[in-house]
Design a protein around this ligand. Sequence first.
Ligand SMILES: Nc1ncnc2c1ncn2[C@@H]1O[C@H](COP(=O)(O)OP(=O)(O)OP(=O)(O)O)[C@@H](O)[C@H]1O
Length: 320
Amino acid sequence: MTGLRVEELRTVLKTGTAVVRDVSFTVEPGEIVGLVGESGSGKTLTALSVAGLLPAAAEVTGGKVFLGNENLLELSERRRRAARGAGIAMIYQDPMTALNPLMTVGAQISEGLRAHGVSRTQARERTLEAIAEVRLPQPAVMARRYPHQLSGGQRQRMMIAGALAMRPAVLIADEPTTALDVTVQQQILALVDDLRRTHSLGVLWITHDLAVLAQLADRVLVMYAGRIVESASTVDLFESPRHPYTAALLASIPPATGIERPPLPQIGGVPPDLAALPAGCPFQPRCEHAEDRCSVVDPPLDSVAAAHEAACLVLPERWS
Ligand SMILES: Nc1ncnc2c1ncn2[C@@H]1O[C@H](COP(=O)(O)OP(=O)(O)OP(=O)(O)O)[C@@H](O)[C@H]1O
């Protein structure tokens, strides 16, 4: 199976502001990698850059996006579109943005496949297979429904079915469970966890919600001001965070009750304006542990332990 390797990805708005700043990470087959950060930290633009779906207001100006051995950023538009369908699929918070309200869901999944050269008969078969795979009952009946005839959870499953029908190597999920109630959210998380095992699907799961990642992700990337500031296995990140921003995110998770959805993280101070970043470390104005040098040096992402990287000059031993 094919993994995803992103190297030094840089995405800039037409205004000149860099919103994704030299981001590198990998997603191995069968692995779930979480990408977490506050609103505006650049998670969505990272995902759209990788999937080749950026809005006109932004463009990738540097870096590489390898799917297997192929750098997607070097492919022609036509080949990139083909690679995108079969290689990287994306699902969103609001399935209505991905689903056409005027077509039955089955027809749109089939149409997506037909656009990639799958025959009519095969497209129909694969559509029903994909709908069954996301555990919707009576696939043939479901396929004939319009999006508004489905519940929120069913629409979310249909969107996942549409993505899976393409048999992608990597699924990028941008806050896909945020709008769902907790029970349905749990069902979708269990489904994705199952699919990555049965299909060796690599998953990049974007969220505000570290509690979801505790349950789902093998590894977590923490994003701040367009950069990855910490990267570690989920266990290491929760047990020994090495960036004060990660520690603040963790401290903002209320004690787990198992049923309540935590609110958005509340961290003192405001997220930085990407168009006017402070000198030194971008988190330093909000950081409880900042030292004088932190307003001078913007630390690179460095190895701090095995398979654990952080971009901070102040070791936890010195955190007051
Ligand atoms: N289409 C766009 N045009 C102009 N600026 C944009 C556009 N999309 C995002 N931005 C800006 O780029 C920055 C990063 O946004 P992005 O949506 O990637 O953040 P995010 O971490 O996904 O936030 P959220 O959790 O709210 O979705 C923000 O400053 C945002 O205002």
